[in-house]
Write a protein that binds this ligand. Structure first.
Ligand code: AHM
Ligand code: MG
Length: 319
């Protein structure tokens, strides 16, 4: 039985054991994500120092060239996920095209990920994160990445915040693990996360207000008139993490400049939508459920509205 403090590896193993036909492949796949994100976390914690030490000729104290944190995170994930042999293909927000690792030919899964989301926040010491989404291999080509979000076998994120947390779901609820840096292990800290049915917070970049549709303006004006709290970090992982725990609405809508919004379906909208819905909330483009959108391309963008079911229900009445 899961209990507070249980380590992530044991938790994943026990979850997979419940399936009679489980092969252990998903466990190995998730463990590769865990290992890579632990290393990314260690690098994020060193980021300020690495930048300072790296300023002189971009070489750090060990004489190595200082790599940008988002490039480093991307390389680490590609290396560890490829090495695991569990992934037939990888798609990264940082790469134009999908990668099909040599030793992944027998891999049962494809994974899409945003290696370091919220990268504009790196330099100002604000929370950032990694997001991932896993689907089964069905056709053995790029089409495998273009499956609906509802078909994800697992999705999750790691938030590099005041502590590092890994939150994931395999379709049986959402669980959160906090990294204990003294032993280097993720330990169960937030079992069975449920998003409140109604929250008192809205999260949107209001700098874009003049470019919004009048119906969205009216909705946000209504929340303001009611005295609803506004919180916007500008890192989706951190904003969604807060929404998951405290409830409310997170939105990145389409506007007159960005007709499909900013966030990517595969790397951001779909995995976060999966988690929010697994926790009892709702995720929509304003027109249809995010998890029902059939992706057309790897880097497709969609408008995103997600959060407490009560709040999203009200928002949809305005839209
Ligand atoms: P990134 O993947 O390049 O970091 O961009 C995505 C980020 C999200 O984390 C966040 O929700 C959004 O961009 C913030 O955008 P804006 O600065 O336009 O509000
Ligand atoms: Mg991103």
């Amino acid at each position: 039985m899961a209990h507070i403090g249980m380590d992530l590896n044991r938790f994943i193993l026990e979850e997979e054991r419940r399936f009679a036909r489980a092969t252990g492949s998903l466990t190995l796949a998730l463990t590769a994500v865990e290992t890579a994100t632990k290393i990314i976390s260690a690098n994020v914690r060193m980021a300020g120092l690495a930048n300072v030490l790296g300023k002189a000729g971009k070489v750090n104290v060990q004489g190595e060239e200082v790599q940008k944190l988002d490039e480093m995170s991307n390389s680490l994930l590609i290396q560890h996920l490829s090495d695991s042999g569990q992934f037939y293909g990888l798609a990264s927000e940082e790469l134009d095209e999908a990668v099909f690792p040599e030793n992944g030919a027998e891999g049962r899964y494809v994974i899409s990920f945003d290696p370091l989301d919220g990268s504009s926040n790196i330099d100002v010491n604000v929370n950032i994160g990694t997001i991932f989404s896993i689907h089964k291999v069905v056709s053995g080509n790029e089409e495998d990445f273009l499956q609906e979000g509802s078909l994800q076998v697992a999705a999750g994120y790691v938030v590099y915040g005041s502590s590092t947390m890994l939150v994931y779901s395999t379709g049986r609820g959402v669980n959160g693990f906090t990294l204990d840096p003294s032993v280097g292990m993720f330990l169960l800290s937030h079992p069975n996360i449920r998003i409140p049915e109604k929250g008192g917070i809205y999260s949107i970049n209001e700098g874009n207000y003049t470019m919004w549709d009048s119906r969205l303006k009216k909705y946000i004006d209504t929340l303001k008139a009611r005295g609803t709290k506004a919180r916007y970090i500008g890192s989706m992982v951190a904003d969604v993490h807060r929404t998951l725990i405290k409830g409310g609405v997170f939105a990145y809508p389409a506007d007159s400049k960005n007709k499909s919004g900013k966030l990517r379906l595969l790397y951001e909208a779909s995995p976060m939508g999966f988690l929010i819905e697994q926790a009892g909330g709702r995720a929509t483009t304003g027109v249809e459920d995010i998890l029902k959108v059939k992706p057309k391309s790897l880097h497709q963008r969609v408008p995103v509205f997600l959060g407490s079911s009560g709040d999203i229900g009200e928002l949809l009445e305005f839209l």
